[in-house]
Design a protein around this ligand. Structure first.
Ligand code: GUN
Length: 284
């Protein structure tokens, strides 16, 4: 039996169209959602990411500003830019692309963002809101994973979810989101002893470690849902995830591909969060 694919491209397109429609409705009420993206330096991968984010905004009818700043920009100058955007009424979301150059403390910069505009969901206020179930912004990648699970109508209550990876951006928020849906959650990481013993118990596996072939077919319970957050290259330079896709798809019930899985959903959720931020300015 071959797993059903969860098509991230199609689902992301659905969300982008939904945002575009909601954006028109919001504009009729006088608010055009606006996102500011700050890129410091010329990291080629970051340049591609931010260009895709800005393009997605434009396609959905959002206002977007891309500020490309020099690699030697001082931390205080970057903080000044963030403070100015915090005050800008046309901007509802602020995204500082990571990684930042070594001389800049990323924590200081993220904490300078007004939590009401933290559409990346990286601020401690956003993390605290997620932990306590208060309204805030969810980090885009795990948010996208949850939408993928919703799309297959998979009831998470009582299911065992194993999250591999404990980053602040994916693993930890992912675990909290699954927990909020009443899943029993196990977080595994590089020091986990016998990862296979854990994953074999899982109804849902979320792989977010950044290492290919972390999840192989012998580690997956037949019928499990496998979400692959990884973004790696194989020896031929081809994009691949953390999951041995061709083998695991023979065992799993549902699986996300790479490319065309979680990646497009991350950008779609950035638009969803920015729209939501703009909406909140009307309801306060
Ligand atoms: N670098 C890689 N992914 C991300 C992301 O989702 N947000 C930001 N700000 N930087 C990133």
């Amino acid at each position: 039996m071959s797993a059903q694919l969860i098509d991230g491209n199609a689902l992301a397109q659905h969300w982008r169209e939904q945002v575009a429609r909601d954006c028109v409705a919001l504009q009729a009420r006088g608010v055009k959602p606006g996102l500011a993206v700050l890129l410091v330096g010329d990291n080629p991968a970051s340049q591609v990411y931010v260009r895709n984010k800005v393009k997605a905004c434009e396609q959905a009818g959002l206002h977007s500003v891309l500020e490309q700043l020099p690699a030697d920009l001082s931390e205080s100058d970057l903080l000044a830019r963030v403070h100015a955007l915090n005050r800008d009424p046309l901007i509802h979301g602020i995204l500082v692309q990571l990684p930042l150059p070594d001389h800049i403390d990323a924590h200081q910069v993220i904490e300078a963002i007004d939590p009401a505009k933290d559409v990346d969901g990286f601020h401690v206020a956003s993390a605290g809101a997620l932990m306590t179930g208060l309204p805030g912004f969810w980090p885009c990648t795990p948010h996208g994973c949850m939408k993928m699970l919703e799309s297959i109508d998979y009831p998470l209550s009582g299911k065992h979810a194993v999250v591999i990876g404990r980053s602040n951006i994916v693993g930890k928020p992912m675990a909290l989101m699954l927990l909020a849906q009443n899943a029993t959650v196990t977080i595994c990481h590089s020091r986990t002893v016998n990862l296979k013993a854990m994953t074999l118990q899982a109804d849902v596996i979320v792989a977010a470690v950044g290492q290919r072939n972390t999840v192989t077919a012998d580690m997956v319970k037949p019928g499990a849902v496998v979400i692959d957050v990884g973004m790696n290259r194989n020896e031929a330079g081809k994009l691949c995830g953390d999951v041995d896709f061709e083998a695991v798809r023979q065992v799993a019930g549902h699986i996300t591909p790479v490319p065309g899985g979680v990646g497009p959903m991350t950008i779609a959720m950035l638009l969803v969060n920015t729209l939501e931020s703009a909406r909140r300015t009307l309801s306060v």
